[in-house]
Structure formats: C-alpha cells, structure tokens
Design a binder for this molecule. Structure first.
Ligand code: GAR
Length: 217
C-alpha cells in the first residue's frame, strides 16, 4: 500500500525535495500528501507548490501559545490523512498536544550524531569541541526534545578548515540520502516505535539506529 507523507518544514526545503524525489523515483512507496510550514514565506512552500504538491501555511505567530498552535496544526493535517509525519527542518518545538497523538508516526531529522548536540547550532558546537566527525540522525519524535530513539544515522568526517557552512553542506548531502531510506522503512512497517525504543523487524535498535545496509534491503 502506498503511504501518505505529511512533511513539516520551516526553511529552504532541500530535505522535502529529496523526499519528493524519492517518492517519484520509487525509493519510497508513497507520496507527499501535504507540505506544511509554520512560516508562510518559507521557500519550502514555493518549492512544493512548483512540484504540484498540496501546501499548508499555518503561521505560529497567530496563536497565543504552543498548545494552541499544536491543536490547530493537528486539525489542519487530519484532512490530508497522513500515515507518517516527517519533520524536515521544522524549527518549531512541538508539545505533547501534537506529539502524543502522532507518537510512532512522527519522525525528525537532526543535524548531529544524537545524543550529541540536541538543539541549535550543532555544527558550530561540533567544531568548537574539536570533534573529528559529525553527522545526522533520523529519529522518532517523543515528548522530550531531540531525545527520541534513533532510526538511522549518517557520519561524515570533519576536515581541517571546515566552518559551520561547509560542514552543514556535507551533512545535508547525507541527510538527503538517509531520510528516504528511514521514511520507507517506517511506511513499510519494518521500523516501529515500541514504547520508547525503535525496532527494526521486531528487534530493538541500538542507540545509533539501524545499519544502513539492513534498511536498504
Ligand atoms: C536540515 O539540515 C535539518 O537537519 C535541520 O534543518 C535543516 C533543514 O534544511 N533540522 C534541524 O536543525 C532540526 N532541529 P532544509 O530546509 O534544506 O531541508
């Protein structure tokens, strides 16, 4: 069965684009049923519209608090009947009002090797710490920020002379590769959230997520 994917994004939308490409190429057995943003002017919305995808803009500044925004977001997404909600550079903290009903069907990509560097400025922090590698993590979203169990990680080397921009670009190339793999594994039911742990084929995954080769099978 073909899966319905709702993408939530706040910015440029290169990951949304990679997911749309993966659907068109058959790497994901599904389609983007909506691309939604909390920023009405976000480039991701124009990029999605240019591809003929349904879009939804819900300006978080119009709501008195996070819970009110989260309730409105949930209600706006329901008519699109998503099987999976995919955060792709969605820079708005979600509360349990949104997370709890979508638990197990809500994933995020974070630009670090979680549990390292939750939150913002991940690349600058990795460089300041003198790390030799960086990366990205696809994980289930649970109520604690950037703390949900990992599904898949990609690692990249940190090179002499890197700045946050060069490192971000290297990490993003990997994001565009691993996010479709992880999304397809969720849609197919091979990867699931069981309690607070991620499972692949009913086996609990380690903290670093699945081996990429196991997901690509
Ligand atoms: C991505 O690199 C993603 O990992 C990051 O935002 C970028 C969005 O790029 N997400 C976070 O920082 C979430 N905390 P994009 O708009 O080009 O997909």
């Amino acid at each position: 069965m073909s899966g319905r994917i709702a993408v939530l994004a706040s910015g440029i939308g290169s990951n949304a684009e990679a997911l749309a490409d993966a659907c068109e190429d058959g790497l994901i057995n599904g389609s983007l049923c909506v691309v939604a943003s909390n920023r009405p002017g976000a480039p991701v919305l124009a990029r999605a519209a240019a591809r003929g995808l349904p879009t939804l803009a819900l300006d978080h500044r119009a709501y008195p608090d996070r819970a009110a925004f989260d309730t409105a977001l949930n209600e706006a997404l329901l008519p699109f009947e998503p099987d999976l909600i995919v955060l792709a550079g969605f820079m708005r903290i979600l509360t349990p009002t949104f997370i709890t009903p979508w638990r197990g069907r809500l994933v995020n990509i974070h630009p670090s090797l979680l549990p390292l560097y939750p939150g913002l400025d991940t690349h600058a922090r990795a460089l300041a710490a003198g790390d030799r590698e960086a990366g990205a993590t696809v994980h289930f979203v649970i109520e604690a920020l950037d703390a949900g169990p990992a599904i898949l990680q990609a690692r990249v080397p940190i090179r002499a002379g890197d700045d946050p921009g060069t490192l971000a670009a290297r990490v993003q190339r990997e994001e565009h590769r691993i996010y479709p793999l992880a999304v397809q594994a969720c849609l197919s039911g091979r990867v699931r959230l069981a309690g607070d742990r991620a499972e692949l084929d009913e086996t609990v995954l380690p903290a670093s997520g699945a081996e990429e080769a196991a997901l690509a099978r």
